[in-house]
Design a protein around this ligand. Sequence first.
Ligand SMILES: NC(=O)c1ccc[n+]([C@@H]2O[C@H](COP(=O)([O-])OP(=O)(O)OC[C@H]3O[C@@H](n4cnc5c(N)ncnc54)[C@H](OP(=O)(O)O)[C@@H]3O)[C@@H](O)[C@H]2O)c1
Length: 353
Amino acid sequence: MQTTQVYAVNRDVADCLQTRTEEIAAPPAGHVRVRVEAAGVSYGDLLFQRGVVPGGPKPPFVPGCDLTGVVESVGAGVTGLAPGQRVTALVASGGYTTAVNLPAERVVPVPDGVDPVHAAAVSLNYFIAYQMLHRVARVRSGQRILVHGASGGVGLAFLQLAEHIGGVTVFGTASAANLDVVRRHGAVAIDYRDQDFANVVRGSVDAGGELNAWTAYDKNGTVDAAFDPIGGAHFWRSYSVLRRGGRLVAYGQNDALRDGKPNMFIGAVGFLGGIVAPKLRPDGRRTGFYNAWSLEKSQPSAYREDLTEVLNLLSADKIAPRSVRTVPLREAERVFADLERGVTGKIVFDCTE
Ligand SMILES: NC(=O)c1ccc[n+]([C@@H]2O[C@H](COP(=O)([O-])OP(=O)(O)OC[C@H]3O[C@@H](n4cnc5c(N)ncnc54)[C@H](OP(=O)(O)O)[C@@H]3O)[C@@H](O)[C@H]2O)c1
């Protein structure tokens, strides 16, 4: 059998992806072969290809951190999975493919009736938001949190999952065109281009006239947790609005890629100034960088439990990604150009064409 994969072959802006068709072996012991139906696209895929994520894969590699498909065959010793079962998996790389062999323990069954495109649209974004909310920051009802990029794929996942907790006051940053989406999910919407989010959180200015109607504000307010994918000096600013005992969860470095150019200096400023330096201050506030694999060693059961929970929430209509768009896998190069310009909503590759 053959598999078609999209490789990132260099760090360039154009002509950076190449489609290759190769033979795929029968699944070895303990593995299953998945015929991929849908694979999620994340801004992080572009950051990996450009080489702005320290420790990221080197070309040539197959981008894509999640895939959903159907088990086609199982290797020796695999129990509990049979051909025909729809599954989802998070992968460090390799999602942009039509077929792949994966260790059986990495694949998680998709509940009956769940569309594979929807499963692919939530698996990475909602999984990481779920882990950061519940396992890293342990957000509870009555707390206040700050979510940057709140109308984006991961940002919206935070808003929906926080609504599900209930009683959480959320401050969400977005650009002007997306503030309504943030408000619709019950968050205080902050225009990151026009307003200083720290002032809004502290209650010293209002959020577009909304402050008076919002009773949960405190003068000199702080947050229990801030979730920041922006990077650079932005990490420090998020840290500055934490309460004593609060936590900055950094999980991206968007600003390290500006106008198509990687800026490793911004990445270093974010890491040293926003993550490391605050740890030297005895102020009771904590900082750390999260990625989807952060908890694998300390909490080995978390991967399956949390991905299963996200798929169950999807099946129960308790979460829903915003404007999902499917694109054939062979059009990956065009999708990378779109990511560069900024996309609204979630793109999922159709890997069946
Ligand atoms: N650590 C991990 O394991 C992991 C896994 C997946 C993704 N990520 C990271 O998560 C981040 C978000 O990914 P995504 O797929 O959700 O991207 P996305 O859908 O493109 O959303 C990013 C959002 O950020 C907003 N934004 C840009 N600059 C901003 C600023 N200065 N302040 C506030 N918001 C700003 C944009 O809002 P507007 O459109 O309104 O301008 C956009 O909606 C990326 O950095 C990605 O690398 C990390």
